[in-house]
Design a protein around this ligand. Structure first.
Ligand code: ZN
Length: 194
């Protein structure tokens, strides 16, 4: 960080405020670095920090060692509703909602915590983590926008990501009623049903 003349003037006039803004800024940078480490796309960083696009771009290249991928973020809710992806999404959202109810903090910090727990769970069960951080972030946005919700399975009573108008009286989740070919794949790291 360069010590520009403007910064010096601010520090001389209002030391308390300048101190506060430096603390805030370092928190923002720390948050951005964490997000990059978790594989978040640049659009997520832009949305969740107040740092400028140019700074984020530089930070991204420095931390990730490459340029961020270009292109739009996935917009459709379909991904979260396909069988295997739905199980991953549901697991993540259960963790996220549990954390949101039981502890205080910014939404993004909760999302980071929930994503770490989800990833640890995947490592422990040797399942490939299908849900990327950007997808997890998108999922929470879809739920906030009431484009997706959680519905209780009428058989196992687990909570699953569904479309908002799913009827909970008849809803059966993908684990209780898997598609015919589900869990038969030979892919290492895929979900297996016993
Ligand atoms: Zn079920």
């Amino acid at each position: 960080m360069s010590n520009t003349p403007e910064t010096t003037v601010v520090v001389a006039k209002k030391p308390a405020m300048a101190h506060k803004s430096i603390v805030n800024e370092s928190r923002e940078i720390e948050r951005a670095v964490t997000l990059i480490d978790l594989g978040a796309r640049l659009q997520v960083l832009e949305s969740e920090t107040t740092l400028s696009y140019e700074r984020l771009l530089r930070l991204y290249k420095e931390v990730a060692g490459r340029s961020p991928s270009k292109g739009q973020l996935p917009f459709s809710t379909d991904w979260f509703l396909t069988w295997q992806e739905n199980i991953h999404s549901s697991l993540f959202l259960n963790i996220y909602e549990y954390l949101s109810k039981s502890s205080a903090g910014d939404d993004i910090d909760m999302l980071i915590k929930a994503y770490r727990l989800y990833s640890e769970q995947m490592v422990a069960t040797e399942v490939e983590p299908l849900l990327s951080f950007t997808r997890a972030w998108r999922l929470v946005k879809f739920v906030d926008a009431h484009m997706l919700t959680m519905t209780t399975c009428s058989q196992c009573h687990g909570h699953y990501v569904t479309e908002p108008y799913e009827n909970s009286r008849y809803f059966v989740c993908g684990l209780c009623n898997p598609p015919a070919r589900a869990g038969k794949g030979k892919n290492a790291g895929g979900l297996r049903l016993h």
